[in-house]
Ligand binder design. Structure first.
Ligand SMILES: [Fe+2]
Length: 210
């Protein structure tokens, strides 16, 4: 069952601070640490980013859900579209984030449309899911508001804590360039199978790599 959620925030603030905060993911690991257990950049091009992250719907409970997130940037609406693939299987969640500038009022509207896939237990109590989500979103918004306020006061779109680079443990770029990881231990196997005589030979060797 999919749940659709649309939310808009109209900000009276310079548009560049809102756009920067909405597109910035480097603040997730420290500012939203109660709701985001892990946030890691896997790959990036000018048009796309790929992230791995684990999120908690309820911050005080130890349960978290892992997603691989594909983000496509949408320059025409100064936003992005994200598809969240759950690492444990299930249907994807989808988010579309867009912005509209109101030059005459000096405001900018940040709009988010979510499609959440609800697991069977949430389908029994969808209103509980909505209420927990609302509590979580209010907390995340307040964290973002404090960051934006600090950035406006400093007249800078970066904060000291956010400038810390995220570890890129997976090094997808290496795999795509066919630079294989270095192994400390190796397993070699060789098999011979004769389907006419039911003969099978199987040899393996495990040894430390030099
Ligand atoms: Fe944020």
């Amino acid at each position: 069952m999919y749940l659709f959620l649309k939310h808009e925030i109209e900000y009276k603030a310079p548009a560049e601070y809102i756009l920067d905060a909405d597109l910035d993911w480097t603040h997730f690991t420290h500012l939203h640490k109660k709701s985001h257990k892990l946030f890691m950049l896997l790959a990036k091009t000018p048009d796309y980013s790929v992230f791995l992250y684990r999120t908690r719907y309820v911050s005080f409970l130890p349960f978290s859900t892992g997603f691989v997130v594909f983000r496509e940037y949408l320059p025409e609406s100064e936003g992005y579209r994200q598809v969240y693939i759950p690492v444990n299987g299930g249907n994807p969640n989808v988010l579309e984030s867009t912005h509209i500038r109101h030059e005459e009022k000096g405001t900018i509207t940040s709009s988010a449309k979510f499609y959440f896939w609800l697991n069977w237990y949430w389908r029994l109590v969808p209103s509980l899911f909505c209420n927990l989500l609302r509590m979580r979103m209010i907390k995340v918004w307040n964290e973002d508001f404090s960051m934006i306020k600090e950035r406006i006061a400093k007249q800078s779109t970066t904060n000291q804590a956010c400038s810390t680079p995220l570890p890129d443990l997976f090094r997808f770029d290496r795999v795509f360039l066919k630079e294989m990881p270095e192994a400390q231990v190796a397993f070699y196997g060789k098999m011979y199978k004769d389907f006419y005589n039911e003969k099978l030979s199987f040899k393996t060797k495990i040894r430390p790599q030099t």
